[in-house]
Design a binder for this molecule. Structure first.
Ligand SMILES: CC(C)(COP(=O)(O)OP(=O)(O)OC[C@H]1O[C@@H](n2cnc3c(N)ncnc32)[C@H](O)[C@@H]1OP(=O)(O)O)[C@@H](O)C(=O)NCCC(=O)NCCS
Length: 173
């Protein structure tokens, strides 16, 4: 069973653990982060979707059968456009069990029930097949390839942009 719980500073060590794994670093543009930085970041995150604000990251820790497995976040909120971005990561030892798919599904249920957001997007490294699969299983459209959209460890990389609209999520329900 997958649960989402509020991310807190106490999750810093686990958070840094999966954040420093090879696949995570290969596919994501991550700033170096100390344990203090991770505590500060997690402490600054919200999980109150009723108070949606620009510049705030809304983050949950994913529990699988009560064990910390990863995290899922809503960020880059644009209140004027009513769009935001989803991101997620699961520890290597917990991958391949449907955890990310379930966690993103739970987050989108909350987002489209509790906020006025009308579109959620995700950027995915062009070779990150597992992440593309998670989004496709959830009904996201693969909308296009953004050329050299990110710099990852100094290298320009192409990113798929995936999107799902609130009305599509409702239809799926
Ligand atoms: C992407 C990630 C979150 C997936 O987590 P997960 O819990 O293993 O995901 P799920 O088990 O829900 O689904 C993964 C799907 O990808 C498939 N998959 C895994 N590796 C794959 C590969 N190399 N090629 C194609 N499909 C692959 C799985 O078979 C599964 O699909 P299925 O249910 O049809 O069999 C995890 O690999 C991760 O944290 N990666 C590093 C961080 C990252 O890239 N985050 C996403 C940023 S956009």
């Amino acid at each position: 069973m997958v649960d989402l719980v509020a991310a807190t500073a106490d999750h810093a060590e686990a958070f840094l653990g999966w954040r420093s794994e090879t696949e995570m670093m290969r596919f994501n543009p991550l700033r170096a982060m100390s344990i203090e930085g991770a505590r500060e970041h997690l402490g600054s995150c919200s999980c109150d979707l009723s108070d949606l604000q620009e510049g705030v990251t809304y983050r949950w820790i994913i529990l699988s059968e009560g064990v910390v497995a990863g995290s899922v976040a809503l960020k880059e909120v644009n209140l004027m456009m009513r769009v935001a971005e989803v991101s997620y990561g699961v520890a290597g030892s917990m991958q391949g069990r449907g955890i990310a798919t379930q966690a993103v599904r739970m987050l989108l249920d909350r987002v489209f029930e509790q906020t006025a957001l009308r579109r959620v997007i995700a950027y995915v490294h062009e070779h990150n097949a597992a992440s593309c699969r998670v989004l496709e299983k959830l009904g996201f459209e693969r909308e296009g390839l953004l050329r050299e959209h990110y710099l990852i460890r100094g290298e320009p990389v192409n990113e798929w942009v995936f999107g799902i609209l609130a009305r599509e999520w409702v239809r799926r329900g």
